[in-house]
Design a protein around this ligand. Structure first.
Ligand code: ZN
Length: 164
């Protein structure tokens, strides 16, 4: 993927308007929109996050990248910036049991493989998963979305398939 992405971010109708801005990236405007004072450090964090194409990061991973790039920022600052971006619809939160919160810069509809041995997460195209038989939501509710995380583990040589 090109690093000079200037295409508009796809916006879901229930997400806030800031996402319609080009992703290559007016970091200052994003932070202002989130009522986060756009310090140099926070601007650098936004650039770090969005400058590498679609990806999945934890706050811990972004903290490590920030340190490598000599950007001074605390874990709390990084987590708050990521949560703010999620609230603004710029990244998507992905909760995987037993794993820190993952922030996904791909906000289009898609699902995930999760590799239990490496904690790596990769995208599955939306059409690669067929979901049928969803229950009727309770009165007054509609299904907002369905996130599928397919957990993977290495096959054990010579072992019988696990029962679950
Ligand atoms: Zn993803």
């Amino acid at each position: 993927m090109s690093t000079t992405a200037t295409q508009p971010i796809p916006v879901q109708t229930n997400e806030r308007r800031v996402a319609a801005e080009p992703r290559a990236l007016n970091a200052r405007a994003l932070l202002n929109h989130c009522s986060i004072r756009p310090t140099r450090q926070r601007l650098s964090l936004a650039s770090l996050l969005f400058s590498k194409g679609n990806r999945h990061v934890t706050a811990e991973a972004l903290l490590a990248e920030a340190r490598a790039a000599h950007v001074q920022a605390s874990y709390a600052t990084i987590y708050n910036v990521l949560k703010c971006f999620a609230d603004a619809g710029l990244v998507r939160c992905l909760a995987v049991e037993g794993h820190p919160m993952i922030f996904d810069t791909n906000i289009g509809p898609h699902h995930h493989f999760f590799f239990e041995d490496s904690a790596e997460i990769t995208d599955l195209a939306f059409g690669d998963v067929t979901i049928t038989g969803l229950p009727q939501p309770p009165e007054g509710y509609e299904i907002a979305k369905v996130d599928v995380v397919v957990r993977l583990r290495p096959k054990k040589k010579g072992a019988q398939p696990a029962n679950g």
